[in-house]
Design a protein around this ligand. Sequence first.
Ligand SMILES: NC(=O)c1ccc[n+]([C@@H]2O[C@H](COP(=O)([O-])OP(=O)(O)OC[C@H]3O[C@@H](n4cnc5c(N)ncnc54)[C@H](O)[C@@H]3O)[C@@H](O)[C@H]2O)c1
Length: 326
Amino acid sequence: MAEMVIIGSGVVGQATGKGFARKGHAVTFVDINPQVIARLRSEGLKACTAGEVPWRQVDIVMLAVSTPSVDGQIVLDYIEAAAEDVGRGIAAVNHFITVVVRSTVPPTTTEQRITPILERASGKRAGVDFGVAMNPEFLRAVSNEKDFARPWITVLGTCDRTTAELLDEIYKPFGALIVRCTPTEAEMIKYVNNVYNAVKISYFNEVHQICESLGVDSNLVSSTVARSAESMWNPLYGTRGGVPYGGACLPKDTTAFMQFVRNHGWEHQILEATMEVNARLERAVPAATSPDLIEDVLAAVQARDNAAAQGKELEIEIGGNRHVVL
Ligand SMILES: NC(=O)c1ccc[n+]([C@@H]2O[C@H](COP(=O)([O-])OP(=O)(O)OC[C@H]3O[C@@H](n4cnc5c(N)ncnc54)[C@H](O)[C@@H]3O)[C@@H](O)[C@H]2O)c1
C-alpha cells in the first residue's frame, strides 16, 4: 500500500484521495485554503499545508490543483507553485517519489514546465531520482466520487518504467481499461476528449435549431442519430486521421443538406466548417479511400455480427489498446 499526498484538495483531489483511501492507501490531503484543511480534518481525514507534509514517508504525490482560464489564458501559477513545494520535499529525502499531474494542463506542460521545476527545486533528475506522470481525470463533478471509484478509462502518461509499473499497480484494482502513453499524449487525450464533447453538444444544438425551424422533434432526431451513427458500434469510426471522408454518401449528403439549410436562410456553422476541413484535406491527400480502412471496417462489421449472434460483447485490439464494441 502506498503513502499518498494529494496537493489541491478540491473536487478532483478529494475524489482521488478518498478513492485511493478506500483501496487501503494512506492518504494525506494538502491545500492552501485553511477552510478546506479544517473541513477534511472534521471528516477524520489527514490534511495539512505543503510545509507540514512528512516527505520521508511519501511514495506518490498527486497534483490536483485548479488550472483556471482567465481572459482566455490558462493560469498555471497554482500548479507551478505546487510543483515548487513538491520539489523541495523531494530534495529532503533519499527515496524515489512519484509525482502525478492530475490537473488538466495544455499538451507538453508536464514535460516542459512541471518537470523542470521539480528538477530545479529538488536538485535531482526526473526518471532517475524521482518519477513524473500525467494521469488525467475524466470524472463528472456531479458524481465525482462514484466516477472515480468506477472509472471507464484510466490514462497513464509516463516516461520511466518504475513510474509506469507503480501506477499500473495502484490503478489495476479499479478495473478500467488502462491506456499507457507519454505525458504529452495523456494531456492531448484529456483536451481532445473535452473538445470532442463540446463539439458534439454544439453540433446537436445546431441540429436542434434546424429541427425547431422545420417543426420536427429534435429530441427524436438527435437521440436516434446518437444510436444510428456508425461510431456507436465501431468506436474507432472516423478516428484515423489524415484521410478525408469520401465514398458514395458523405460528400453528396453533406453538400445537399448544407444547400437545404442555406436555402431556408438557416445556419449550420459546424457543417460549413466540416466541409471546409474536408475540402482542404482533399487538396492535400487524394480522396481515394485507404484499402486498409476498408479492410478494418469490414473486419469490424464481421466481428461485431459474430459477437452479436452469440449474444456477447466484443473486444477488439487495435494499436495495442482494447476496445469494447457493443
Ligand atoms: N471538477 C471536475 O469535474 C474536473 C474533472 C476533470 C478534471 N478536472 C481538472 O482537475 C483540476 C482540479 O479541478 P477541481 O475541480 O478539483 O478544482 P477545485 O477548485 O475544486 O480544487 C482545487 C484546489 O486546489 C487548491 N490549490 C490551489 N493552489 C494550490 C497549491 N499551490 N497548493 C495546494 N493546493 C492548492 C485550491 O485551494 C482548491 O481547493 C483542474 O485542472 C480541472 O480542470 C476537473
